[in-house]
Design a binder for this molecule. Sequence first.
Ligand SMILES: Cc1cc2nc3c(=O)[nH]c(=O)nc-3n(C[C@H](O)[C@H](O)[C@H](O)COP(=O)(O)OP(=O)(O)OC[C@H]3O[C@@H](n4cnc5c(N)ncnc54)[C@H](O)[C@@H]3O)c2cc1C
Length: 453
Amino acid sequence: MDHGNAATRGWNPPNRAGGTARRCDVLVIGGGPAGSTAAALLADKGWEVVLLEKDRHPRFHIGESLLPMNLPLFDALGVRGEIEEIAMMKYGAELCSPHHDWKQTYLFSDALDKSWPHAYQVPRAAFDHILLRNCARKGVKVIEECRVTRVGFPKAGGCVVSAAGAGQGEQVWEARYLVDASGRDTFLANKLGIKRRNPRHASAALFGHFTGVERLPGRDEGNISIFWFEHGWFWVIPLRNGITSVGAVCWPRYLKSRASSSEAFLWETIALSPGLSSRMRNARLTTPVTATGNYSYMAERMAGKGYVMLGDAFAFIDPVFSSGVFFAMNSALLGAETVDGALRHPARRRIYEARFDKAVRRGLTSFSWFIYRMTSPTIRDMLMSPRNVCRIQEALLSLLAGDVFRSRSVHLRLLLFKAIYYVNAARAARRSFAAWRRRKRALRDDYREPAAG
Ligand SMILES: Cc1cc2nc3c(=O)[nH]c(=O)nc-3n(C[C@H](O)[C@H](O)[C@H](O)COP(=O)(O)OP(=O)(O)OC[C@H]3O[C@@H](n4cnc5c(N)ncnc54)[C@H](O)[C@@H]3O)c2cc1C
């Protein structure tokens, strides 16, 4: 569906014939993983691409744990070697539950497809900088410290964008296509008024970087650890140089109950998990603690005449499966194909858009079923005591690796996993009902608050 000129409300873009605007084929908003990936791929296809980024890289960003399925994308961009130099090897994930007296380790090498046995943990500042430099090397004109402020879609097609750069005044760009990769700023979805908070999920986070967090031994040193606790779960992501990223993901109302500083509250929250506290007994905070409000949302659509939205600019659900960067880069791959196809064959634009929409939603749907149930006791029990009946444990590993776009065999086995889940939940009906009611109540309370950007 096209949006007409809704985004231009209150702004009269300069007349095309006026000659004040600079021109390019594709204008990309945002130099995170989605924007840099799409820009590089479109430049490879021969388009003149301009990328506007409001910050100057390297800059801090959360989202440090990657998935094995990121690796083929790094290969496509030609950056795997550079990324490996800044990364910790991640072979899998360790799950720790306060209701079980053992830890459960999942290794990517046990997935249905054994050919992607590891992923990386990366400091995002350096990671995003590598991707941004890579697209500049491929011929993309990258302008940093330049924030896009307005957009219009003239009837004749394409887009007109206005941006404000540090000390450069206003610049106006005309492009044949707009790629919005502005992340959780959701620039275009806000302008079009199509951003919707997720009615089925709400979570908020509190995080920081530490030294002195105890690591897992040997090859598992770089694995992510997940600790469930009464208000949600924690991530422990080991990075290079002895730094560990630790964050709590919880119901937004728990975060709002904080009476102390963010730093004190993070320590108080860590103290609620004996397993994590023990690993952090010698830890020291090295960064300010950051808190984010509820961030689960989706835009009504991801494409229309003259634009696509990628990564977090379209949707974000929850970080529990470390899928954000992979989704961002994969949607950039699919979005770049859509833009390239629509520019070459404008009459087929809607077909390309429909394909793009279907593929992106397929990935999000595969993960969201698990995300919505991650704190339910039934899923926790199943994940802590996995059984490989009909290879469903391998399929689960494929999901955790991000292998949800290629293989039907993964989806069929995940269906079986879901069927077993419903049987188990019915068997423990009283416990399941209590968990369902708690979740409903928390969602209802949180729904009153607007979604954070
Ligand atoms: C608490 C938390 C933990 C997470 N943990 C993980 C994890 O472990 N693993 C994982 O894969 N994902 C994780 N994520 C998700 C991950 O951070 C995002 O999914 C990912 O960064 C999305 O990439 P992107 O390119 O779409 O957006 P971003 O990385 O946010 O990039 C958007 C870019 O656009 C720029 N921009 C915004 N507005 C404008 C504008 N108007 N003009 C110009 N530039 C603009 C921004 O400066 C930014 O550089 C986590 C998210 C949260 C909230």
